[in-house]
Design a protein around this ligand. Sequence first.
Ligand code: PMP
Length: 378
Amino acid sequence: MTPAAQNLSRALLPETPSNGRVYNFSAGPAVMPESVLEQLREELLDCRRGGIGLLELSHRGALYEALNNEAEAACRKAAGVGSDYAVFFMPGGATVQFGLLPLNFLGENDTAAYIDTSIWSYKAYTEALRCRPVTVAFDGRALKYARVPKKGEFTEPAGAKYLLYCQNNTVEGTTFWAPPETGLPLIGDATSDIFSRPWDFSKHAMVLAAGQKNLGASGASLVIARKDFIESATPRLPQILRFADHAAAGSRLNTPPTFAVRVIGLMAEWTLSVGGPAAIAQNNAYKAGLIWDAVDNSGGFYSWPAEKWCRSHLNICFRTPKPELDAKFVAEAETHGMFGLLGHREAGGMRASIYNAFPTNGCRILADFMGEFAKKNG
Ligand code: PMP
């Protein structure tokens, strides 16, 4: 371990979960910092000593308004965007956003393009296809989702209203290391990598991220979008489906998911308090390296199709030579206090999801366990 990584990991996170808690490798909803959970516990009963609990606050009251504005401000700071971008929250997860994109931006004769690198970008594509004849700009399915496109390795249909890609592929264990270069308005799905690394939001017309991973609770999504882009949406939509109306209403067009918004705010503030995306990225690289090294040093016992240059630092996937051994691995890991390692149902194998709040020590323990398990079962 480099001295820098050691200092960073100590400063950032508790090394072990507190009493009764386990190492939670769940892909989402996922582990949160205990300091955030403790603050929420306190606020549930009495928020900022006003005598009213967080879940009981009117969304039109001054206190909730302050919490909402603080959440927006922390997200804006973590994203590093200027006043030409709107930062706001919408009810529901990423799949809701996938459905809203064609409704907002695609008129009857319009199209959009999708870089398909994962089951999630494929879902975004097939949802849009129900409304409009959108196209696949890069066919990752044909490559068994083993990698993302290399520079320029995708098509850009002339006049397409947007190009969507998934920044980190939660199920497949691959990631983009930079936003694709394009002349089209670019939309990033950042659900599994938001605030995990410095990211150039200004290259995007919109970045969307569901809660549940680096943003904490599910139930709301963060949207960071160029104002002129969302305002270009058709006005012939109910307001509740229109991004620009949510932004204009300060994330309170109707009764918002107040709890989820508060959690997103606290998670963004925690992100900033531990050094922001740049410090977190270093720590994530170190944590991921421990587990990917255990895959690479297993003499072929563990494997995964993801190409090395685009391996994710947040979702580390691997399998043993046999599905029976995978099941044994997951069961035995639980007896060592490691939970949530079963891979996605479509991908199989194992998946260690180690988002920003996942303790470094859990990665060390998993890597050691992988070595022992390979020795015994190889
Ligand atoms: N995109 C990505 C990258 C995801 O990881 C997920 C969920 N794991 C989704 C979209 C779907 O999110 P939701 O369940 O909030 O619709």
